[in-house]
Unconditional design. Structure first.
Length: 417
């Protein structure tokens, strides 16, 4: 049985929520750019540093403990993604890991090969592949975005992904507009022709349960700072692919998985915090195994966020002069909202919200192809707000009231001096 979701109890697990602006509690709606950090992750980071850190492969206590912490973190990530612990590699961030993987995979590409990327993706799952393809003289094909529905146009998937395709890179969910893509269908076609599927789950991981095998991902990437932990990049690479990869590395570095993808000394305290973040998610769920508790916890988060998202979506649609960029109601979405307001640039809207103690972001969020297709890149992109498990109905109403005041020309509650 799934636990009841107690948002007030959840909020107590995030020390940053104690911050105030102008005497009012801050409203953190900038989660798509990086969530706040759970207490369990903070304590794991500080605990590692307080007990004494060390590099690996030593006979002494702190070195042995560091190796155990990394093993435990790999197991926790495997439970989050539905992968094996030895398939999990850590790095500075998802982008850096993707550049390393693209260079390694491109060693296998040659004349007549092709890759496929999408117009809806964050450029971190586009440009590393484009650059590798350019280096090897490999053709690139694009899965187009339907600018009316803000979904990927899969009508010509059989043509785009063909016998020459070596890699398909696709996001599980759009970090700009929240659309959840049909990755399983894309993977099905990719595997028919023997292509590798690289899935960017950075934006999806804080919001929806993830099953790597059900998605058909050969590579799945995420970042702990998006799901309540510190800045650590994560890749899970399917074992047969991982074992044959030859990443660029220094000669004495290990050849075994997953170490061969992890260049240099890792962020050990951050990796400790990864486990702490996943422990927080698991604490919201129930079940006999960590995987069961993580899935149950993510389902609880998804249900809570969906309720708030429905209220926010309805409220945004009622505001005069506001254009919401969202897929149709029946399309699965994360609780992420991109919009524009008449007569105000996105930066002006965010500055006004900031004076009200509401944290939101503006720009194209590295989904620059999408912003360009919508004709918004030269005028500031979008305003983006996103919900997290620590957000409340009261915060949703504060946002809607602030936007309504801006739409009607009312002065800010806390004007700048």
């Amino acid at each position: 049985m799934q636990k009841a979701f107690d948002v007030e109890a959840v909020r107590k697990e995030f020390p940053a929520l104690g911050r105030t602006v102008g005497g009012r509690p801050a409203v953190y709606l900038d989660g798509p750019g990086g969530s706040q950090v759970a207490r369990s992750a903070i304590e794991a980071v500080s605990g590692y540093m307080e007990r004494g850190g060390a590099n690996l492969h030593g006979a002494f206590a702190t070195s042995v403990e560091t190796e155990e912490i990394i093993r435990e973190a790999r197991s926790s990530v495997a439970a989050l993604l539905g992968a094996e612990a030895e398939e999990v590699a850590f790095g500075p961030n998802m982008t850096t890991l993707t550049f390393a993987l693209s260079r390694a995979l491109a060693r296998e590409w040659g004349e007549g090969d092709e890759i496929v990327v999408t117009e809806l993706d964050h450029r971190a799952n586009v440009d590393p592949w484009l650059l590798a393809a350019s280096d090897k003289g490999v053709k690139t094909r694009w899965i187009r975005v339907d600018t009316e529905t803000l979904t990927l146009d899969l009508s010509d998937l059989e043509e785009k992904i063909n016998e020459g395709t070596r890699l398909v890179a696709v996001g599980l969910a759009s970090n700009a507009v929240g659309t959840v893509n049909d990755v399983a269908e894309i993977s099905r076609r990719a595997h028919e022709v023997g292509a590798v599927v690289a899935v960017d789950a950075v934006h999806a991981a804080p919001h929806i349960p993830i099953d790597r095998d059900a998605l058909g991902a050969d590579i799945i990437s995420c970042s702990a700072y998006k799901f309540f932990g510190p800045h650590v990049g994560i890749d899970a690479v399917r074992r047969p692919l991982f074992e044959r990869l030859a990443p660029y590395k220094v000669e004495p570095a290990p050849d075994a998985i997953p170490d061969k993808l992890e260049t240099g000394t890792q962020n050990h305290e951050g990796i400790a915090g990864v486990k702490g973040a996943i422990d927080f998610v698991a604490s919201l769920g129930s079940g006999g195994s960590l995987r069961e508790r993580v899935l149950s916890g993510m389902a609880a988060i998804e249900e809570h966020e969906a309720s708030l998202a429905a209220e926010l979506r309805a409220g945004l649609r009622e505001l005069p002069g506001l254009t919401l960029y969202a897929a149709p109601e029946e399309t699965p979405k994360t609780p992420t909202f991109a919009f524009r307001m008449e007569n105000h640039t996105p930066r002006e809207v965010c500055a006004r919200l900031a004076r009200e103690g509401i944290f939101a972001a503006d720009g194209d969020f590295y989904a620059s192809t999408l912003a360009g297709r919508l004709g918004l890149q030269q005028s500031g992109g979008f305003v983006r707000v996103g919900l997290a498990p620590y957000n409340t109905r009261e915060e949703v109403q504060r946002l809607l009231q602030a936007l309504a005041g801006l739409a009607r020309g009312r002065p800010s509650r806390n004007p700048l001096p």
